[in-house]
Design a protein around this ligand. Structure first.
Ligand code: NAD
Ligand code: 0WE
Length: 262
């Protein structure tokens, strides 16, 4: 029996089979969870539908996380399928593209700042608020995805770094708010080539630098991130809440790579 047997999970943030949310979904399904998916726009619906069916799910619901109404509606709809919910996976981030290159101070705007924090951090809170009733009394878990740009200045990550810092504080305050009933954790992942990473200028060079820096000498995969995400949402992690767990091939703890001395 898998370590998520009898658990029901809502996955928010599937865009393609390269999405980190897809890595989490596959791991959760393998461990016995039943899954439901939401998708951002009608354009993404056919893909969400196809991926959902590959993990035996026929629940896919529209949800743009900038809308409280759409968030409310997801849980109303989900209530028609399930009498309770154990897990929400939040794998969503957005800042206007122009703000993800050049220097922070040059590219940031009041509007971009607000959007980045709304979509990338507040939406996690909004899902927690709206999903709370369905999740209560079941040893539930919330999971979100972060990036080390929250605690270190990284070139070009800019306003997203501030939004991830907010998201990580959000993990701690939600963990305190939801107490013993629902645990709240994040995985901070190393760089992975997904839709959100495509079109980021210099991304390939960043991955090359990273692969030279890390002890594992390579990037991490969505499956490696997914396995840790699935663990954090399972009763195996019943003693963990408010934690940011790195799945980054060791990047966060390295001072200098030994490869530069070769
Ligand atoms: P992705 O493009 O596959 O997923 C991003 C998702 O966000 C998409 O499904 C998109 O539809 C969704 N989204 C954006 N705005 C939305 C909105 N208004 N409403 C609903 N959904 C919305 O890319 P990914 O890399 O899998 O990103 C998932 C998460 O992982 C993000 O939080 C990202 O910051 C984080 N992350 C990514 C990397 C990386 O290098 N790819 C590294 C660390 C953390
Ligand atoms: O969190 C992210 C990226 C999130 C993201 C991606 C986009 C691309 C499309 C947020 N908003 C947008 N807006 C768009 O219009 N990552 C961790 C991946 C990432 O993005 C970077 C990185 C890394 C790593 C941007 C600059 C520098 C490094």
């Amino acid at each position: 029996m898998g370590f998520l047997a009898n658990k029901r999970a809502l996955i928010v943030g599937i865009a393609s089979d390269r999405s980190i949310a897809w890595g989490v979904a596959k791991a959760m399904r393998r461990e016995g969870a039943e899954l439901a998916f939401s998708y951002q726009t009608e354009k993404l619906r056919p893909r969400a539908e196809k991926l959902a069916s590959a993990v035996d799910s026929d629940i896919f619901l529209p949800c743009d996380v900038s809308s409280d109404e759409q968030i409310e509606n997801v849980f109303k709809e989900l209530d028609n399928y399930w009498d309770g919910l154990d897990i929400i996976v939040h794998s969503v981030a957005y800042a206007p593209r122009e703000e993800l290159s050049g220097l922070y101070l040059d590219s940031v705007t009041r509007e971009g700042f607000a959007i980045a924090h709304d979509i990338s951090s507040y939406s996690f809170t909004a899902l927690a608020k709206a999903g709370r009733d369905m999740m209560s009394g079941r040893n539930g878990a919330l999971l979100t995805l972060s990036y080390i740009g929250s605690v270190r200045a990284m070139p070009g990550y800019n306003v997203m770094g501030l939004a991830k810092a907010s998201l990580e504080a959000n993990v701690r305050y939600l963990a305190q708010s939801l107490g013993p009933d629902i645990r709240v954790n994040a995985v901070s992942a190393g760089p992975i080539r997904t839709l959100a990473a495509s079109g980021i200028r210099g991304f390939r060079k960043m991955v090359e630098y990273y692969e030279k820096m890390v002890p594992l000498g390579r990037s991490v995969t969505i499956d490696e991130v997914g396995n840790v995400g699935a663990f954090l949402c399972s009763d195996l992690a019943s003693g963990m809440t408010g934690e940011i767990t790195y799945v980054d091939a060791g990047f966060n703890m390295v001072g200098m790579s030994d490869r530069f001395l070769e």
